[in-house]
Ligand binder design. Structure first.
Ligand code: NAP
Length: 315
């Protein structure tokens, strides 16, 4: 649709993304009586939906990811957020106005809160792309069930790799974690669980060079970084957890990201553009947790209110 023919809607706050950070920002902004639109292309709750069990979010000693996501969504909607299901196609800043485009609308807002999160990094192999969905996966919760009594490989050494490897043991006969160093990055508790699990094995100092298979995964070819030797690890599934990349393609031209693409903010969640905030996993940050996302969202929702008050006072 041509830009000029889009329906225009003026609002106080637009939030892009409805993970824990976006949902909390929406709760705070709407509760402060701000006209709040939250745009999300997927399921509210974001990555929490792809987490089997959450055991480090206060108030819920153990809860399934999808259940927590649903509770968060219900809670965020209480004060009248307009939840728009769809994809944001473009963001423009024109003075104090933030223009957020979807396929059929242009939201013109005074405050923009970016809560677009991140996605799993890919190994970048042709064979990985070709066998994606045919044994290569980035989501144990979504796909683990299909690998009952199979041998699996998990690539990576962080919290995600180790936690998801442990999750996969309920289906798989054997899970081999392949890590490029000889020490895990994951939290000690998660490491201990994996080290003590009879189904989990480790291959250290090695990288995956090829996912082998024609119509389905049959093995991975790995290279040892110690002696540069290649070897094959037979498996029927490969789960890749080698870190995250930010979803910031919509805002790269705004000059608010660091060299890796994460959005830079101060402790008030403000970017360098007045009225533009960033929260949760998309923000340059050393800890990415549901709890930190919720903290970010509450701060940005409150700051949005203060920012609009100041705008009014200066009129
Ligand atoms: P991460 O912490 O960045 O770990 C990525 C892992 O992949 C590292 O072990 C890294 O190796 C390895 N790696 C990176 N690039 C690679 C490549 N090209 N080839 C092979 N290996 C590669 O990412 P994550 O585990 O996805 O976690 C992301 C964030 O979410 C973290 O902040 C984490 O704490 C958080 N998280 C928390 C929980 C929890 O609290 N239960 C669960 C999941 C995730 P090196 O170690 O050598 O760098």
């Amino acid at each position: 649709m041509a830009k000029e023919s889009l329906v225009k809607e003026h609002v106080d706050v637009v939030i892009v993304g409805a993970g824990p950070a976006g949902l909390t920002a929406a709760l705070y902004a709407s509760r402060a009586n701000l006209k709040t639109v939250m745009i999300e292309q997927g399921l509210p709750g974001g990555e929490v939906n792809n987490t089997a069990d959450v055991e480090n979010y206060l108030g819920y000693p153990l809860i399934s990811g999808p259940e927590l996501a649903e509770k968060m969504y219900q809670s965020a909607m209480v004060f009248g957020v307009d939840h728009v299901m769809g994809q944001v196609t473009k963001i423009d800043i024109e003075g104090e106005a933030k223009l957020v485009y979807t396929s059929d609308k242009c939201f013109i807002s005074k405050v923009l809160i970016l809560a677009t999160g991140c996605q799993h990094r890919k190994l970048g192999l042709d064979s990985e792309m070709r066998l994606n969905g045919k044994g290569v996966s980035y989501c144990a919760v979504c796909d683990g069930f299909f690998f009952r009594d199979k041998d699996l490989v998990v690539v990576g050494g962080g919290d995600s790799a180790v936690e998801e490897a442990t999750y996969l043991t309920q289906f798989a006969s054997k899970v081999t974690i392949i890590h490029r160093r000889d020490q895990l990055r994951a939290q000690k508790l998660l490491q201990d669980r994996a080290f003590n699990h009879p189904k989990i094995h480790f291959i250290w100092d090695s990288v995956v060079e090829e996912v082998v298979g024609d119509q389905a995964v049959e093995a991975v070819r790995i290279k040892s970084l110690k002696d540069q030797k290649d070897s094959l690890v037979p498996c029927q599934g490969v789960f890749i957890y080698i870190g995250l990349v930010p979803n910031t393609s919509l805002v790269t031209s705004l000059g608010i990201c660091d060299e890796e693409g994460w959005i830079i903010t101060n402790e008030r969640m403000e970017t360098s553009i007045p009225g533009v905030f960033a929260v949760g996993d998309v923000r340059q940050n050393t800890l990415r947790q549901i709890a930190t996302a919720v903290g970010d969202g509450s701060r940005a929702g409150h700051q949005a209110y203060l920012y609009l008050q100041e705008m009014d006072a200066n009129k």
